[in-house]
Design a protein around this ligand. Structure first.
Ligand code: DGY
Length: 312
């Protein structure tokens, strides 16, 4: 019998065939009773393959005495109990870098879609409204100030793209970086000084509800918010209220507090563009992510250094 890999996810376009050469796989999505499948293999499971929507809890980590590595097909690790992994000396790897450009592109797609009413315009043509008038005007990006929340790998690529659109970039984060963009250590102050804000920071406790009613108020009635980070970064009811009562103008959202559930009020609004968490979702990028998952798992069991270990 080979060691067992517990797969919550099929590793995207690349699939799991390379892994099957070295591991017996439990493909949880095929199991009638996932809990029973885990329980009957608990002593043999040495690795977990998961993605952002799979909760890897303390209970699960503690139930698997021989678990050595959790490889997530995502840059975010907020779905994994990192403290529990550390206590058990279970390694955690993620897929940073390879998805930064793609996710930044998604951010710009949302920003443009909202500012220039792309989704609304598409519907306007399809339902025949064009015969009765013109789409309301959009707003210009050039010359506007955009606040990037979290100038990490993805945030830096977003900033570069916004510069290409002749926008003024400022940023907020836990610390000042060695970059020319103006830095804010106060999110409310930055929101006040911005026309638009884009969220690219990690999820988790440190950023939970960072964008609350006060920040939205500070962004103001012409403000646009784009979220390609995590739903948890925004106080979602506060955002819905701010969009409903004109506290901010519009939003582009790829992520939500309780995916795949999206508040009905958001769905019914014209001033939001909604995407189903597709930040990194291209064939090319998802293939690179899948390869990184495999390379990390193999590196671990070959005794080689991990490529992208997440340490807390
Ligand atoms: C990530 O990589 O964390 C994405 O949000 C999930 O695909």
């Amino acid at each position: 019998m080979k060691p067992v890999l517990l797969a919550f996810y099929n590793n995207g376009p690349l699939g799991t065939s390379d892994l099957e050469e070295r591991f017996d796989l439990i493909n949880l999505w095929n199991e009638q009773d996932p809990e029973a499948a885990i329980n009957s293999n608990r002593d043999n499971i040495v690795a977990i393959l998961c993605k952002n929507e799979n909760k890897i809890s303390r209970k699960l980590i503690e139930a698997l005495p021989n678990l050595e590595i959790i490889a997530t097909f995502s840059v975010g690790v907020d779905h994994i109990d990192m403290e529990a992994a550390k206590e058990r000396d279970v390694k955690v790897t993620n897929t940073p870098d390879v998805l930064c450009q793609e996710t930044a592109d998604t951010g710009l797609a949302l920003l443009l879609a909202v500012a220039r009413r792309v989704a609304e315009g598409d519907m306007f043509v399809r339902v025949g409204k064009w015969h009765n008038g013109n789409l309301p005007l959009g707003v210009t990006l050039a010359g506007k100030t955009i606040g990037v929340v979290g100038l990490g790998g993805i945030g830096s690529k977003v900033a570069k793209r916004c510069e290409a659109f002749e926008m003024n970039v400022v940023y907020y984060g836990p610390r000042k970086k060695d970059v020319a963009y103006p830095y804010y250590d106060d999110i409310n102050k930055m929101a006040h000084d911005c026309d638009m804000m884009i969220l690219t920071c990690p999820g988790g406790e440190a950023t939970a509800n960072l964008i609350d009613a006060n920040v939205l108020e500070a962004l103001g009635s012409k403000g646009i918010l784009v979220n390609i980070a995590r739903g948890s970064v925004v106080d979602e009811p506060a955002l819905v209220a701010a969009l409903e009562n004109g506290t901010i103008a519009a939003a582009g959202l790829d992520v939500f507090a309780n995916e795949p559930n999206v508040p009905e009020t958001l769905i019914s609004m014209d001033n939001v563009v909604l995407l189903p968490h597709i930040g990194s979702a291209t064939i090319e990028t998802r293939t690179l992510m899948g390869q990184l998952v495999i390379d990390n798992i193999f590196a671990h069991f070959d005794g080689a250094p991990l490529l992208t270990e997440v340490k807390i």
